[in-house]
Design a protein around this ligand. Sequence first.
Ligand SMILES: [Zn+2]
Length: 70
Amino acid sequence: MYLIFRCDCGRAMYSREGVAHRKCVCGKNIQVKSRRIIYYAEDFQSAAEAVRALQEEKYGGTCFTTANQL
Ligand SMILES: [Zn+2]
């Protein structure tokens, strides 16, 4: 089982169940248990897929606006 959660910087990421800490690309060390779990995934593939969807949800709108202005 994989857990999907967000860092304070807003980046979505996943961690295998049972892993206590996860380091975000922003440099913050996340204590997995202290985060609100957004989503549970059965395997690595669906975890990666869920993270990708969450990233698009957050940044997709901005990209669309930028592309629209071109
Ligand atoms: Zn972060």
